[in-house]
Design a protein around this ligand. Structure first.
Ligand SMILES: Nc1ncnc2c1ncn2[C@@H]1O[C@H](COP(=O)(O)OP(=O)(O)O)[C@@H](O)[C@H]1O
Ligand SMILES: N[C@@H](CCOP(=O)(O)O)C(=O)O
Length: 322
């Protein structure tokens, strides 16, 4: 349950009066999500999402996230549009926290991922990367290769509690990635957390209906975002890699934004990096989340398996490309 901050009826009536979005009809907490507090807000005009930004989001980064959603919406990408108050301001405060209202997106995240979902994802991801090229603000990725070692050092002593030998495995992998990271690949705005829960489809339709949760978005290598998606979408529940899903993701991406030979060649190392990034944040949460916390931490072991798979990959043909 991710409602960390309680908002009273009086608070919400007062807050909504600062906008031109009609009157409150209903207002309820959303259980899904882990980072922020989200409410579904129905007014006399439309449904909206109200988000209160919790401790893990750096308030200094919020103008980037909201500005990016404004920018992407203006290009026609279907993502939450920040709603500006009567004074023109989108980022406000509610119950002591930074807060914003965004448009509500119709659609559902897929429960059982099928190969056609990965095709739709590939198209949507390339459209996002292309649309992001015109966005002028800049936010470096705090969770890219430079950030991984300090993150590991903050939880290293507990790594072997998750799996014996994990500390050494991560240390060796960090050495490899720091020496081989492909810094010169094309850069731009990436979503950086485009897991199935952040991608909506209409039932029975192949195209993505919308993308949400831009609160890890940043500037980094575009192909690194593809590697994150490959990990999140192309492994089966039994941990096997589904090459058809990967092929769909990569080939539909390539129809919108062509991938260079250098990007394709770098996919195995990028996929190793993407595995390590989520292994580390999950390991950190695993050892730092109190037993009675509202949200159950995600299992780091899933990303140990994914990392091992990519360590054995020699080139991008393992991902279904000729
Ligand atoms: N703009 C939106 N339109 C529709 N539903 C949304 C929107 N934003 C968030 N949600 C709902 O709220 C849930 C949590 O949102 P998310 O941004 O993933 O939270 P967190 O950042 O805390 O992980 C989503 O799974 C979705 O059900
Ligand atoms: N996708 C991350 C956790 C972040 O979750 P989200 O609800 O903000 O998308 C993971 O799987 O480790």
């Amino acid at each position: 349950m991710a409602v960390y901050t309680d908002v009273s009826d009086e608070d919400i009536f007062r807050f909504v009066a600062e906008y031109d979005i009609g009157d409150v009809v209903s207002f309820k907490g959303i259980a899904e999500g882990v980072e922020n507090t989200n409410f579904l807000l129905q007014t006399t005009k439309a449904p909206f999402i109200l988000t209160l930004y919790e401790k893990r989001v750096n308030p200094d980064d919020l103008p980037f996230y909201l500005g990016l959603m404004d920018h992407l919406s203006a290009t026609g990408l279907n993502c939450p549009t920040p709603i500006h108050g009567k004074d023109g301001v989108a980022l406000r405060r509610l119950c002591g926290r930074p807060a914003a209202i965004t448009s509500f997106l119709q659609g559902m995240s897929p429960r059982r991922i099928q190969p056609h979902h990965c095709a739709g994802l590939g198209t949507a991801l390339a459209q996002l990367h292309t649309a992001g090229l015109g966005f002028e603000m800049h936010l470096p990725n705090a969770l890219s290769v430079k950030g991984w070692r300090p993150l590991f050092e903050s939880c290293q002593e507990h790594a072997d509690d998750v799996e014996p030998g994990l500390g050494k495995m991560i240390g060796d992998e960090l050495d490899y990635l720091e020496a081989n990271w492909p810094h010169a690949l094309p850069k731009g705005v990436i979503h950086a957390d485009l897991f199935p829960d952040n991608v909506f489809f209409f039932p029975g339709k192949e195209d993505v209906s919308g993308l949400i949760d831009f609160y890890f978005a940043c500037n980094d290598l575009l192909a690194y975002d593809i590697a994150i998606c490959m990990n999140a979408w192309c492994f089966e529940p039994d941990s096997s890699f589904n090459v058809t899903k990967a092929k769909n993701l990569l080939s539909y991406y390539g129809k919108v934004r062509g991938l260079s030979d250098a990007e394709l060649a770098a996919l195995p190392v990028l996929a190793r990096g993407a595995s390590l990034r989520f292994l580390l944040t999950r390991l950190y949460d695993w050892v730092n989340t109190p037993k009675d916390a509202l949200v159950t931490p995600k299992n780091p072991r899933e990303y140990i398996t994914k990392l091992r798979f990519h360590q054995r990959v020699e080139n991008a043909s393992a991902y279904g490309l000729d």
